[in-house]
Write a protein that binds this ligand. Sequence first.
Ligand code: MRU
Length: 363
Amino acid sequence: MNVDGTPFRTIWLAEDGETVEIIDQTRLPHEFVTVALNSVDDAAYAIRSMQVRGAPLIGATAAYGMCLALRKDPSDDALKAAYDLLLRTRPTAVNLRWALDELKTLLLPLSEQDRAASAYRRAAEICDDDVAICRSIGVHGVELIREVWERNGKDRPINILTHCNAGWLATVDWGTATAPIYVAHEEEIPVHVWVDETRPRNQGASLTAWELAQHGVPHTVIVDNAGGHVMQQGNVDLLITGTDRTTAAGDVANKIGTYLKALAARDNNVPFYVGLPGPTIDWTITNGSEIPIEERDAEEVTKITGRTEGGEIETVMITPPESEAANYAFDVTPSRLVTGLITERGICAATAEGLAALYPEKR
Ligand code: MRU
């Protein structure tokens, strides 16, 4: 996707072919800064501090973190230590475990001298596959947008509400929830996106709004609590979000607040679709209550960061100093509230049968 008209991915290799470069997402939307990752510790820090975030990008960064570890020390001990370090960074997005397992299974049987090169090859493949998966989610998902547009006589833009950032910044490119939006934009189907601000870290207001603006997609930022109101007013045609982990039976873990949007969508007959890449399906569980929910630092709730009129980036306190705060980062939307899952293989019902029909090899 474009940054000031130049196409970017969210993760790439520097000219030396080994150093990993990322966009520091903690600085957006105020500053576009890239950061070099030179070690597995840098990669773990980037994930933990949310310089990179979003389920698919967390997986891709972890894969490159293994490469950075192995180029220094290709031993079994170093491989296992890197795996454990990276796995501990964030608990909810299953792409992390998936990518690390891919690398570990591939590398452990290899001789030490072959490991680093093979790791770099597999990490690059994981990134390229993610781009292809997301693009394909876009190609399938755009049909939902086209259908509403044609049903309405092509007389107005299609309103899509999204939560958090499941855009290209959360993946390697295209995004999951945003891929159908970008494909619609490319195909000149007019769309307008309601962007939930997504407290406490404001991934919607800071990241989704920024990338839609960079790409020229019309959008409006709303506070998290406004979603129900705009749905009641008949101003939302589709709710589309991403997911950090979806069970084999279709329960969807995503950014905190997704569940409330799903409830409001059901009450207002707004279809709720989830952009779901294959590596985000946890085939080992069927019940959403088994998904570990990350709890983050309370300071993300008690403080807020922004740019002053003078251009300074400042963090200010918004709660009384004596008040405690809880910071649940994700929630689980039960499959019964999900209209459909948009995968790279097509759209299916959020059920065990729906997913098994698209991924028969996982049966
Ligand atoms: O805490 P984050 O910013 O990593 O959470 C990201 C989300 O919840 C996204 O919606 C999800 O990862 C889907 S991304 C394609």
